[in-house]
Write a protein that binds this ligand. Structure first.
Ligand code: DC
Length: 232
């Protein structure tokens, strides 16, 4: 059974993209690539170096010159991947609250996006990949074989993000998490696109397993035609 080689999953923050993308990639034996980690890596590097998130020129240079690598997990601590920046493992810093608060500003700079898109396309071109992000099905890989867009309410997304924050041992009230999310939504809006030909899933009422089932059914019945069965 032939499967789509490039699968894109786009959607707003905390819509459940990474959980679904990771599980789907595992199920299909594909590479999982969360493109947001590149924007997070640049943000993390900038904060560690004391570069202001408002310094667009310095951030552009950083995005153009930093050696970023996204690898399968090198440490068994529950991570989905390992990210190296100039050969240093920065994976644990990527989800810090300060990175969360600044990454939308940094990812809004057009030249930063151009530099990081090149890296995303290189990995996408290798095929057998599930790519997760905001503009993957429209701008980065517009010819992808299968495009998925996740929709979820602000309340469900804030609850999901708050659970992540608590799990990391950070003490932030849920109202602060929701306010941060709404602020980031506004900044990310101009770079988050729903492909016209996407399978749209509302994740408020679906478990990741149900989402995977819906995707496999879509592949069988809509993408390739009813005679195909995907190996379950
Ligand atoms: O999905 P995330 O929260 O890890 O994304 C981090 C930031 O990167 C967020 O501000 C949106 C941005 N991003 C983007 O603009 N384009 C992508 N393809 C992926 C992420």
């Amino acid at each position: 059974m032939q499967l789509p080689s490039v699968i894109t999953i786009d959607g707003p923050a905390a819509a459940g993209k990474s959980t679904l993308g990771y599980l789907l990639a595992q199920r299909l034996g594909y590479t999982y690539f969360d493109t947001g980690v590149l924007y997070r890596a640049i943000t993390c590097l900038a904060l560690r170096r004391g570069t202001s998130p408002d310094d667009e020129e310095a951030l552009t240079k950083l995005a153009q010159t930093a050696q970023l690598q996204v690898l399968p997990p090198t440490v068994a601590d529950g991570r989905q991947y390992t990210v190296l920046a100039n050969d240093i493992d920065i994976t644990s810093g990527l989800r810090e609250v300060t990175v969360d608060r600044n990454v939308s500003t940094i990812s809004s700079y057009p030249a930063v996006r151009t530099a990081l898109r090149e890296q995303q396309r290189r990995i996408g071109a290798q095929g057998q990949v599930v790519m997760v992000g905001r503009d993957i099905g429209t701008v980065v890989m517009p010819k992808a074989d299968l495009k998925v867009f996740l929709h979820a309410s602000v309340e469900a997304r804030a609850a999901r993000r708050h659970a992540d924050v608590l799990e990391r041992g950070e003490a932030l009230p849920s109202v602060t998490v929701e306010a941060d999310l709404v602020r980031r939504d506004a900044l990310d809006a101009s770079n988050t696109f729903r492909p016209q030909d996407a399978l749209v899933l509302d994740t408020d009422h679906l478990t990741p397993e149900q989402e995977i089932e819906a995707i496999l059914q879509h592949i069988e019945t809509r993408l390739w035609g009813p005679t195909h069965r995907v190996e379950r």
